[in-house]
Ligand binder design. Structure first.
Ligand code: MG
Length: 404
C-alpha cells in the first residue's frame, strides 16, 4: 500500500512541511536562555513538561471515573499519553514538528482540578466574583507561575509556540475569529500583557493536531471505559453511526469473538477511522487554501485540522451518547456531585482559616486581600490529586464521603 500522505506534501531539507513550525524560528521564551547544544527548543519544552510536578499529579486525577475506582480506567495521565500518541501520529503524517505537537498534548490537561469537571465547577462558583476558574487558564498559570523548580524563573519558561498552543487550543480568544464570547480569563490576559501570545490568531497546526487528538481520545476511551464499567453494553453501540458501523464490521469478521476483544477491536478501528478522516480532511483544506507557511495557518480564518462534516456529526452524536449514558449516569453523577461538595467545602474552610494551609502556602496567604486569598486557595486546591483532596477533607472535617 502506498503512503498516501507523503506524495501530497512537499517537504523541506529538514523533512518538515512548509506549513510546519520551525524550531530554529521559535519566537523564544519570556526569560531568554542559552540554547541547548543537543535539543531543539520544543524538545526542551516537552522534557520540562514531563519532569514537572503537575505532570506526575495527572496520575491521580479523575478523567471520568474517580481515579482509584478501578485499576483499568483512564486517569488523566493515561488519557494524556493517549492524546500524545494520536497527536504524534498526526505530526508524522502531516510532516509537522513532532516535539512541539507532543509538548502541547502532554501539557493540555495540567490545569484540571481534582475530580475533573466537578472540581472545576466548584472552584468556578467559589471564584465567581474574582474572574472564575477555568482549567485552561489554570494550565497557563501552572506553567508560567506555579511550578517552582528553576533558579531563574517561576514556571517552566516554555516557548511562545507551546504556550500559544496551550492557550488557543480551541482557536483565537479575541477578534473576529474568537471561538468564545466569554472575556479572556484574567490570568491569560495578565500573562499576555507580559509575553504577547497573539490571542487573535489561530495557533499552529501542531497545536490544532493536539487539540483534535483530545476529542478523538476521549470520544473513544470513554466508550471503552463505559463498557468496562457496565454503563454501556456492546449492543448499545448500535445506536451510534460510527461505533455501530464498526461493531457490525467486527462482528461480521469475527462472529465468535468474546466481548472484551470485540470491544478492543472496535476501539482501535474507532481511533483509526477518526484519525484517517482528519488527515484526509486537513490535507484537502491545506491544498484548497494554498497554505504554504505558519503565517498562512495563523491567518487562515478557521481551524484547518478538522473532521469532515459527516464525521463531525458522528463525533457530536457520540458525545451526546456519552453524556446521556456515561457522564450523566446516576452512578457517575452522584459521585461527582459529592466530589463537588468536597472541593467546595475545602475552599470555604481554607479561605476562612488560611492558617490551616500547609507550610509555604499559609505564610504566603498572610495579609492577602480577599481576591488574592481566594485565588491563592484556588491554586492550592486545583493542584491537588483526587486522593490528596480526600485526605485534606478528612483532616479538616469530621465526615468525608466515600467516593466510589
Ligand atoms: Mg484532555
Amino acid at each position: 500500500m502506498t503512503d498516501w500522505t507523503t506524495h501530497r506534501i512537499g517537504t523541506g531539507h529538514d523533512g518538515l512541511a512548509p506549513f510546519a513550525v520551525r524550531a530554529d524560528a521559535s519566537r523564544g521564551r519570556l526569560v531568554p536562555e542559552p540554547e541547548s547544544r543537543t535539543r531543539t527548543p520544543f524538545q526542551r519544552d516537552r522534557d520540562r513538561i514531563v519532569h514537572s510536578t503537575a505532570f506526575r499529579r495527572l496520575k491521580h486525577k479523575t478523567q471520568v471515573f474517580v481515579a482509584y475506582e478501578g485499576d483499568h480506567y483512564r486517569t488523566r495521565l493515561t488519557h494524556t499519553i493517549e492524546v500524545s500518541q494520536i497527536a504524534r501520529a498526526f505530526a508524522r503524517a502531516l510532516r509537522l514538528d513532532e516535539d512541539l505537537t507532543e509538548a502541547i498534548a502532554l501539557v493540555h490537561d495540567f490545569g484540571h482540578t481534582p475530580f475533573g469537571h466537578a472540581g472545576e465547577r466548584a472552584l468556578d462558583r467559589k471564584l465567581a466574583d474574582f474572574g472564575g476558574f477555568d482549567h485552561n487558564a489554570q494550565s497557563l498559570r501552572i506553567v508560567t507561575a506555579l511550578e517552582r523548580r528553576y533558579a531563574e524563573f517561576d514556571g517552566l519558561n516554555l516557548t511562545f509556540e507551546t504556550l500559544e498552543g496551550l492557550v488557543k487550543h480551541n482557536g483565537p480568544l479575541v477578534g473576529p475569529n474568537a471561538t468564545s464570547r466569554h472575556p479572556v480569563p484574567p490570568q491569560i490576559a495578565a500573562f499576555d500583557a507580559r509575553f504577547p501570545l497573539a490571542l487573535d490568531s489561530f495557533a499552529s497546526l501542531e497545536a490544532q493536531a493536539a487539540a483534535i487528538s483530545d476529542d478523538i481520545a476521549y470520544n473513544t476511551h470513554d466508550l471503552d471505559d463505559g463498557l468496562r464499567a457496565g454503563l454501556i453494553a456492546l449492543d448499545d453501540l448500535e445506536a451510534l453511526d460510527l461505533a455501530g458501523d464498526i461493531l457490525r464490521e467486527v462482528r461480521a469478521r469475527h462472529p465468535d469473538l468474546d466481548p472484551v476483544r470485540t470491544g478492543h477491536e472496535i476501539m482501535r478501528r474507532h481511533i483509526t477511522r477518526l484519525v484517517e478522516d482528519v488527515i484526509a480532511t486537513t490535507l484537502e483544506s491545506l491544498a484548497t487554501q494554498a497554505v504554504a507557511s505558519v503565517e498562512d495557518v495563523r491567518s487562515a480564518g478557521r481551524t484547518l485540522v478538522d473532521f469532515s462534516p459527516t464525521m463531525r456529526a458522528q463525533v457530536a452524536q457520540t458525545r451526546a451518547f456519552l453524556f446521556q449514558r456515561v457522564y450523566r449516569n446516576p452512578l457517575v453523577f452522584d459521585t461527582m456531585r459529592q466530589a463537588e461538595q468536597v472541593v467546595g467545602a475545602l475552599f470555604d474552610r481554607l479561605v476562612e482559616r488560611p492558617d490551616l494551609l500547609p507550610a509555604g502556602w499559609s505564610e504566603a496567604a498572610q495579609g492577602l486581600p480577599p481576591e488574592r486569598l481566594a485565588r491563592h486557595v484556588g491554586d492550592y486546591l486545583s493542584g491537588m490529586t483526587d486522593s490528596f483532596a480526600l485526605a485534606e477533607h478528612r483532616r479538616l472535617f469530621d465526615d468525608t464521603p466515600d467516593l466510589r
